[in-house]
Design a protein. Structure first.
Length: 290
């Protein structure tokens, strides 16, 4: 009987994995559905050929989100990353065409790895496009940090009430009919805001209009399955610190089956161990008596 109980538990555990896989398949939208949703989602186009490195976007981001004032001066040649206190940074790169300024923030992926990895849906992809963090749902696992191919979410390690910090694309402002703060203050229109379709059309119109000025590639159109932050450049993107080894397949596709199975496995693992213990208890008793 003990062995039969253990076999039943093993079968149930195996079944739960299959259920998780079936759920994943059932909840996986078709490419056509994803494309339809992405065309109307919010997006920002960053034209690095226009950026003058004034860093007004950094200050606007800090003010709009209640973050500390960015440093007035930065070390020349130092590449800064976004942080828990600064969601937007501008770095200067020395390239074959001279210095180029690049604005960095959350990429707002069309199918974010961070939301797929979040078991409580604290990291959430809105219908409008921005990927936001909801503190009332977060359990502090930081899977979002581990899963992001762009290393964007940051954790407040030194806070008594730590939060995940990242650009929200000024989602509150969008809800009120305004545009992201960083876009609104750019004095040279290096950043543009609109639907993703509009931003891609704008990007390619610039490329075709001045083919000798731009690299014929819109970064973010396909990287990691597509992103809500798009870039134009006059030099290959690897010279600007961009990852060029990313798959065009959305990252959640690689882990979806496993992640949907996790809740079932976590639920059934304790009884599984109990069944194994009971099944082997009789053998251990016989061995001790013998």
């Amino acid at each position: 009987m003990r062995r039969r109980s253990a076999v039943k538990t093993l079968a149930l555990a195996a079944g739960s994995t299959l259920v998780g896989r079936n759920l994943a398949q059932a909840r996986t939208p078709s490419p056509r559905t994803e494309l339809a949703a992405a065309t109307g989602s919010s997006a920002i186009l960053v034209d690095t050929t226009k950026c003058i490195g004034c860093r007004m976007c950094e200050r606007a981001c800090a003010k709009a989100n209640g973050l500390p004032e960015p440093p007035k001066s930065v070390e020349s040649g130092k590449v800064r990353d976004t942080s828990e206190t600064q969601w937007t940074v501008v770095n200067r790169y020395e390239t074959e065409n001279g210095p180029v300024n690049v604005k960095r923030q959350c990429m707002h992926c069309l199918q974010p790895a961070c939301t797929s990895a979040c078991l409580t849906k604290a990291m959430y992809k809105t219908e409008e496009g921005p990927v936001i963090w909801r503190g009332d749902k977060c359990m502090g696992c930081r899977f979002c940090m581990l899963s992001c191919p762009f290393d964007v979410p940051k954790f407040e390690y030194h806070s008594a009430n730590p939060r995940i910090q990242k650009c929200q694309m000024c989602f509150d402002r969008l809800q009120e009919g305004e545009i992201p703060a960083c876009v609104s203050v750019c004095p040279v229109n290096a950043t543009s805001y609109g639907t993703r379709t509009e931003m891609l059309e704008l990007a390619w119109s610039r490329v075709y209009g001045e083919p000798d000025k731009y690299v014929h590639h819109v970064y973010g159109e396909d990287e990691a399955g597509g992103t809500g932050l798009l870039y134009l450049a006059s030099v290959p993107f690897e010279q600007l610190g961009f990852r060029t080894d990313l798959s065009q397949t959305p990252y959640p596709t690689f882990t979806r089956d496993f992640l949907y199975a996790v809740p079932f496995v976590l639920t059934l693992f304790p009884p599984f161990l109990l069944a194994v213990s009971k099944a082997t208890a009789g053998n251990r008793q016989q061995d001790s008596e013998g």
